[in-house]
Design a protein around this ligand. Structure first.
Ligand code: NAD
Ligand code: TDX
Length: 348
């Protein structure tokens, strides 16, 4: 249980943030939630519409708006910070919003946490560590020392997105050390589940198939991502918020490594498509090869464990969700694909 009475969740109308808001709403009936979200192209009021009311309030605004943040911070105990510009491909086209939101926005929230002595949790990504070699190229086949990310792995981000997230992690650490802000950080691997924007890999391919468009695989599809269901990310963040040690970084992951081609083949199979019914397209610039999380610190020290570890079952449910909720994504599909068409060429 927790003594927290009122929490701000930034980015709580986005994919992972809204799943966290539902998680807290469903599991902790005494907690009031203020969602602070700018409702960018990635934010959607519909993600939390069913629970808005007495316990959940949506404030539409920018985390870099110091006056607004100061006002909201005055009567809460906690800021859980999810808001970000989150898509690597967008960061390659136009990095500026990533600096404004991920860096300046985080700074603005930290200053409010400092002023009002709030508990602060910063939601970050494994991409701050750069990438790892493929398992087959490593002496311990991916399980040896240093062959997964840990909290000790040096920062080495590749993209404007991941570098601005790395920068935000670093100022959180500095605000803990210099000003005594009561902060923790989590770095999580790739999430999947309902409400994920259709620009991202899994929902893009599902909604392509539902729209009669061939799925698009970058390069040869050998890049590995370490998939975790977004509900497990939520329980990990809550565990850190309630049991984590101030100043510590915890990595969140559920041992879900798969290469992109494997994931796409599972989607094609589940959706009754031929195994080769997809296109290879131009690879992402600077495309990270492999991410893999060693979550033993969170498991061993705080007793967390993931529950939704059957990836195929989770993927099936996710496909069913996008199939049943076409109203949620259909209006945006054409624009998302037109945007991709500008940067990706079919190479087969
Ligand atoms: P998302 O793009 O789906 O949602 C981001 C949300 O933040 C949106 O609701 C958007 O409106 C809001 N937002 C953006 N700029 C804002 C601003 N200036 N002020 C207020 N709100 C703003 O992102 P997501 O995939 O849900 O990621 C959420 C967080 O989790 C991010 O910090 C991301 O770095 C981190 N993360 C994501 C993953 C992943 O797999 N998607 C993995 C690890 C960590
Ligand atoms: O159409 C596609 N085809 C494809 O092959 C897209 C959109 C992606 N890909 C590849 C690129 C990646 O190797 O799939 C993989 C996953 O791509 P994204 O969904 O764009 O995720 P990624 O770049 O791995 O970053 C995600 O995980 C870490 C989130 O978007 C980040 O916010 C998070 O920090």
């Amino acid at each position: 249980m927790t003594d927290y009475k009122k929490i701000i969740v930034t980015g709580g109308a986005g994919f992972i943030g809204s799943n966290f808001v539902h998680y807290v709403y469903n599991n902790f009936p005494n907690v009031q939630i203020v969602v602070l979200d700018k409702l960018t192209y990635a934010g959607n009021k519909a993600n939390i519409a069913s629970i808005l009311g007495d316990r959940v309030e949506l404030v539409v605004g920018d985390i870099a708006d110091a006056e607004l943040v100061d006002r909201l911070a005055q009567d809460v105990d906690v800021i859980v910070h999810y808001a970000a510009e989150s898509h690597n491909d967008n960061s390659l086209n136009d990095p500026r919003p990533f600096v404004d939101t991920n860096f300046i926005g985080t700074y603005t929230l930290l200053e409010a946490a400092r002023k009002y002595d709030l508990r602060f949790h910063h939601v970050s990504t494994d991409e701050v560590y750069g990438d790892l070699p493929l398992r087959e190229d490593l002496p311990g086949k991916g399980e040896g020392p240093g062959e997964k990310f840990t909290a000790e792995t040096p920062y080495n981000p590749s993209s404007p997105y991941s570098s601005t997230k790395a920068a935000s992690d670093l100022i959180v650490k500095a605000w803990v050390r210099s000003f005594g802000v009561k902060a923790t950080i989590s770095n999580c691997s790739n999430n999947y589940g309902p409400y994920q924007h259709i620009e991202k890999f899994i929902p893009r391919q599902i909604t392509n198939i539902l729209s009669g468009i061939r799925p698009k695989l970058y390069g040869e599809g050998k890049n590995v991502r370490d998939w975790i269901h977004t509900n497990d990310h939520s329980s990990g963040v809550w565990t850190i918020l309630t049991k984590g040690k101030i100043g510590e970084t915890y990595l969140i992951g559920a041992d879900g490594e798969k290469n992109n081609k494997e994931v796409l083949k599972l989607i094609l199979k589940e959706m009754g498509q031929a195994p080769d019914a997809y296109d290879h397209v131009t690879d992402r610039a600077g495309h990270d090869l492999r991410y893999a999380i060693d979550a033993s610190k969170l498991r061993d020290e705080l007793g967390w464990k993931p529950e939704f570890t059957d990836f195929e079952a989770g993927l099936k449910e996710t496909i069913a969700w996008y199939t049943a909720n076409s109203d949620w994504w259909k209006g945006e599909k054409e624009a998302v694909e037109a945007n991709y068409a500008k940067i990706q060429e079919v190479i087969q």
